[in-house]
Design a protein around this ligand. Structure first.
Ligand code: AMP
Ligand code: MN
Ligand code: MN
Ligand code: MN
Length: 287
C-alpha cells in the first residue's frame, strides 16, 4: 500500500521547514507520494522536486489557493499543476500582493488594540517576504508573549471578532478553479469540515465547484476529527467528487505529521486514481 499525502506546507508559505526538509520528513515518515501545497505560492516546488528525486520519492506539484465564497474563506488545493503556467502564476501573484495590503490592515487593527509592531514582526517571521499570512502574525504574537501558543493566538486574535482580524477579498472560486485547470491540474476542496457553512451552503459550494470543473474534496485531513471522515466520504460520493488525503502539516509538533493519517474509506474514489506518477512510485517502492 502506498502512503500518499497530498497537503503540506513549507516555509515558502506558513510552514516552518524549508521545502527540502519537508520532503525529507515525508520520506522518513514512509510517504511514497507527496504533494507540496503552499498557500498562494509555488516557488518551493523546484527544490522539493529535486529533493524528492534524490530520495526516490514522488513529488506532486501543488498549491493551496485562498478563495472568497459566500462571505467566507475557502481553500482550494490544486494538484498536478504546472507551476510555470502564466495564468496560474499571475493569479497567485495578485493574491500575494493582496496579502501585503491585508497585513497592513491587520497590523493597524492590532495597534488600535495596543499591540504595536506586528507588521514588521510578522515580516521578520516570514521567510518568503512575498507570502505573509496570519500564521506569521500568530507566531510573532506568541514570541512577544501576547499568547502562550499558536492555538490561543488564533483564539484571542486574528479570527473574526477579535483584534487583528480584517475582512479580505481573496480570489473567486471560478478563477481559482480556472487557473488550476489551465495549468493542467486537478482542483480539490481543502478541509471541508473547517468552514462555518450550513449543510445547504456546503451543498451549494459542492455543486458550484463541480459545475466549474472541480474534481475532489479532502476526506482524510488533519483538520477533520475522525468522527467526520464518514460524513465527507459520503458527501464525496453523493456529489460525484473524488476523495483526497493530506495531513496539512505545517510544523513539527503542531497538528498531524506528514503521512500519519488513516487510509481513505474503501468506497472512496481516490483523486490519484489513474495518475501515471503512481505507477512510477509503485515500481520504486517495490525495487
Ligand atoms: P491566512 O491564509 O493568512 O488567513 O492564514 C490561514 C492559516 O492560518 C491556515 O492555513 C492555518 O495554517 C492557520 N490557522 C487558521 N486558523 C488557525 C487556528 N485556529 N489554529 C492554528 N492555525 C490556524
Ligand atoms: Mn496554513
Ligand atoms: Mn487550508
Ligand atoms: Mn493547508
Amino acid at each position: 500500500m502506498l502512503n500518499i499525502d497530498l497537503h503540506c506546507h513549507s516555509n515558502v508559505s506558513d510552514g516552518v521547514l524549508p521545502p527540502a526538509d519537508v520532503v525529507a520528513r515525508a520520506a522518513a515518515n514512509g510517504v511514497h507520494v507527496l504533494a507540496l501545497t503552499d498557500h498562494d505560492d509555488v516557488s518551493g516546488l523546484t527544490t522539493a522536486r529535486a529533493a524528492a528525486a534524490e530520495m526516490q520519492m514522488t513529488l506532486i506539484p501543488g498549491v493551496e489557493i485562498s478563495v472568497s465564497w459566500g462571505a467566507q474563506t475557502v481553500h482550494i488545493v490544486g494538484l498536478r499543476i504546472d507551476p510555470l503556467n502564466p495564468e496560474l502564476a499571475e493569479g497567485l501573484l495578485a493574491i500575494r500582493r493582496g496579502r501585503i495590503e491585508r497585513a497592513r490592515r491587520m497590523s493597524d487593527d492590532l495597534t488600535r488594540h495596543g499591540i504595536v509592531g506586528a507588521y514588521d514582526g510578522a515580516y521578520a517571521v516570514a521567510v518568503n517576504k512575498q507570502m505573509v499570512g496570519r500564521t506569521h502574525f500568530a507566531r510573532w504574537l506568541v514570541a512577544q508573549g501576547h499568547a502562550p501558543d499558536l492555538r490561543s493566538a488564533f483564539r484571542r486574535f486574528l479570527t473574526r471578532g477579535n483584534p487583528g482580524y480584517v475582512d479580505h477579498e481573496w480570489a473567486s472560486l471560478e478563477n481559482a478553479v480556472r487557473w488550476i485547470r489551465a495549468s493542467g491540474g486537478m482542483a480539490v476542496i481543502a478541509h471541508p469540515g473547517r468552514y462555518a457553512f450550513t449543510a445547504r451552503e456546503l451543498h451549494l459550494l459542492l455543486d458550484a465547484f463541480r459545475a466549474l470543473g472541480g474534481e475532489g474534496i479532502e476526506v482524510i485531513t488533519g483538520s477533520h476529527h475522525p468522527s467526520e471522515y464518514g460524513k465527507f466520504a459520503d458527501l464525496a460520493r453523493a456529489f460525484g467528487l473524488k476523495a483526497s488525503r493530506g495531513a496539512d502539516f505545517h510544523a513539527p509538533g503542531e497538528g498531524v505529521d506528514i503521512g500519519r493519517l488513516p487510509a481513505l474509506p474503501h468506497y472512496c474514489k481516490p483523486v490519484w486514481q489513474g495518475w501515471p506518477e503512481l505507477e512510477q512510485s509503485l515500481s520504486l517502492s517495490l525495487a
